[in-house]
Ligand binder design. Sequence first.
Ligand SMILES: Nc1nc2c(ncn2[C@@H]2O[C@H](COP(=O)(O)OP(=O)(O)OP(=O)(O)O)[C@@H](O)[C@H]2O)c(=O)[nH]1
Ligand SMILES: [Mg+2]
Length: 379
Amino acid sequence: MTDLLPWLIPLVVVVVLGVVAALVIPRTRRTKQLPPTPEPRPTVVEPTTPPDVVSAPPVTEVAPSPVVEAPAPVAGRLVRLRDRLARSGSPLGARLLAVLSRDHLTEDDWDELEETLLLADVGAGPAGELIEALRTRVRVQGVSDPAAVRAMLREELVTLVGPTMDRDVHTDGAEPGTPGVVLVVGVNGTGKTTTVGKLARVLVAEDKTVVLGAADTFRAAAADQLQTWGSRVGVPTVRADRDGADPAAVAFDAVKQGKADGVDVVLVDTAGRLQNKAGLMDELGKITRVITREAALSEVLLVLDATTGQNGMQQARVFGEVAGVTGIVLTKLDGTAKGGIVVAVQRELGVPVKLVGLGEGPDDLAPFDAEQFVDGILG
Ligand SMILES: Nc1nc2c(ncn2[C@@H]2O[C@H](COP(=O)(O)OP(=O)(O)OP(=O)(O)O)[C@@H](O)[C@H]2O)c(=O)[nH]1
Ligand SMILES: [Mg+2]
C-alpha cells in the first residue's frame, strides 16, 4: 500500500484537474457563444383612450386656505355701491335731468331726451316708449314743474327696467339633498370667473356651503384664478389636472362632488370662446346634459360686459339661443355711462338682469333692483 502512494497522489491530482476542466471549459465556451446582450429598450406605454364624460379625467379637490375672509354683507349692496353708477364721465341721469330742468319742454327738448336714452344704450324701442309715456303724462296732467317731471321720469324708468321681474338668483336644489347648480356662461373677458368668485362670496355671506367647478379647461390659469377666489372664502374647487380636459367631465365631477359633500350650491365656471355658434352649442349642450344627469340646473347666468354696447347685445342673442339663459349678470357697470343696456338686454332675451358688477373688488357684485338702479343712474 505504501508503495502505491507515490503513484496515487499524482493520479488524484490528475483526476481532480480533469473534473474541474470538464466543468469549466464547456461553460466558458457556452458563454462565448451567447449573442451580445441587447441594448435596454425604453418602456412603451400604450396611450389610454381619452376619457369619456362619465369616466372623468382625474380631478383634484383643493383644500381651503387656512386664512378665510369674511365677505361683506349682501343686503343694501346696490345702495352702497350706487355712486359707482353715476361716477362715469357723462352719466345718463345728469344729462336727462339737465334737459328736464328746463321750464317748458319743446319738441327739441323731447328729441334730446330720447337721444340721451339712445346714447345710454337703452335701445330704440324702449327709449321711444319712455318718451311717449312721459310726454303723455306731462300733457294730460298739465305738469310743468321740473321736479314733478323728474319724478315722472323716475317712475317711467323704473317701469321700463321692470320692477316686478323675478330677480332672485335661484340656488336651491330641485330635490332635498341635491345641491342647486348655477352655470355661468359668456364670452371671453366679460367677467365670468370674477363673477363666480364674487357669487361664491355672496353665498358664503348667506351661510351657504359651496363647491366651485372649473369647467374652463382651456388653460390652467383659468382654474387657478377660480381656485384663488374659492380658497379666500374656504370654498373648494373641483378642477382637471391638465389643460384641455373635457369641460363637461369637470362640470359633472363638480356636481357629483357637491352632492357627495352635501353642499348647498355648485357654481360652474366655463370657457368664453365663441368660435362659432355650432361649437358653442355643442359644448354648452354637453355640459348641460351631463350636469343634469346628477342634478337639475337652478340657474344659467349669462355674463355680459356693460361697456361693449351693441357687441354685447349680439353675444347675448347667441347665448340666449344656445344656453337656455335664465338670468343676466351685467358687469363693469362702474365706468360706463351705458347703464341703459339693462333695459335693452332684458328686452332682447326676455330674462331679467339679476346681478350687477360694479368694480373689481371681491364684494363689488350686487343683487339688482330696479328702483335702486334708477336712483343710482339719476344720481
Ligand atoms: N371694473 C370692473 N371690472 C370687472 C368687473 N367684473 C370683472 N372685471 C374685470 O374683468 C376682467 C376679466 O374678468 P374675468 O372674470 O377673468 O373674465 P372671464 O369672462 O372669466 O374671462 P375668460 O376666462 O377669459 O373668458 C378682470 O380684470 C376683472 O377684474 C366689474 O364689475 N367691474
Ligand atoms: Mg374666466
